[in-house]
Write a protein that binds this ligand. Structure first.
Ligand code: B1M
Length: 220
């Protein structure tokens, strides 16, 4: 792997966003994910290679460390921000169709629920694993999910809920999706959600954390 990609992977894994970012202290004053991605593109490294050889392995390492409780939410958010600062340079290539992604993933926090920190982490990790994200945001009603599914044939669906009261809306949305579309994969998650609940509402998979969500999508 080129030296630029190695440095970029390191920046994403350890949350170095750009040169002026003071975090992490041992990389202070050095190029971050932002500058290194521009350098990689200037060096004619393909956007797909930047994603697959630097961003995906870096985010996989982050997900693994988070699952093992070696790092926590703040470190993961810094890595997600570093990845975003890299992705903003790569997105035009993906959007033009010049570089392919693994598939589309529609994600939203269900109706009545405004929590989005976990949902955003899951979205960032899945984007880091090479998928296109259609993020519907928070307080997403069933109609909005159905429209997004209609507009994005074949996408995998992700529903997040953080409140015991809004879990009921997760159930309603899954029912409506099942009633309107065949063969879609639905992933659910969020603090009060369990594998039992996932099975009860007829979703396909429950993951307690972003890495489990990535693993599920990658084996589809
Ligand atoms: Co709220 N809140 N909150 N809150 N809030 C909780 C969830 C609560 C447990 C706090 C408590 O009472 N101890 C409680 C819920 C109780 C319950 O339902 N049994 C609660 C409550 C009651 C409320 C309000 C009702 C408070 C009020 O107004 N009276 C209100 C509801 C607003 C609404 O949604 N309609 C409310 C509001 C808020 C804030 C707006 C202030 C803020 C949210 C800010 C935001 O998200 N932008 C907030 C916060 C921050 C929290 C706590 C403190 C932290 C949640 C969080 O971000 N955790 C939370 C208490 C707690 O968890 N300690 C609490 C970190 C995040 C990384 O974890 O979201 O679980 P989490 O995501 C994880 C996994 O669950 C998983 O991956 C993530 C990373 O590991 N995951 C998925 C999540 N989604 C996934 C989807 C997947 C797969 C995995 O596939 C699709």
């Amino acid at each position: 792997m080129s030296e630029i990609l190695q440095q970029l992977a390191h920046c994403v894994e350890f949350g170095k966003i750009d040169k002026i970012s003071p975090y992490p202290p041992d990389l202070k004053g050095q190029d971050g994910a932002d500058e290194l991605t521009k350098k990689a593109l200037d060096a004619c490294i393909k956007p797909g290679d930047i994603l697959e050889q630097a961003l995906i392995p870096a985010m996989a390492a982050v997900g693994d460390k988070f699952s093992r409780k070696v790092i926590y939410v703040p470190q993961m958010l810094m890595s997600a921000k570093a990845m975003s600062s890299s992705m903003k340079h790569l997105k035009p290539y993906f959007q033009s169709g010049e570089t392919k992604r693994k598939g589309k993933f529609i994600i939203g926090t269900v109706a009545g629920d405004l929590h989005d920190i976990g949902k955003n982490l899951v979205a960032m990790m899945i984007e880091g694993a090479g998928w296109e994200i259609i993020d519907l945001g928070v307080d997403v009603n069933t109609e909005k999910f159905l429209k997004a599914i209609n507009d994005n044939t074949g996408a995998v669906i992700g529903l997040s809920a953080l409140l015991t009261t809004t879990m009921e809306n997760m159930k309603k949305t899954v029912e409506a999706i099942r009633g309107n579309f065949n063969g879609l994969n639905i992933l659910v998650g969020g603090a009060p959600v369990t594998m039992d609940y996932c099975q009860k509402i007829n979703a396909d998979f429950y993951s307690p954390d972003p890495q489990g969500a990535v693993n599920y999508l990658n084996q589809l």
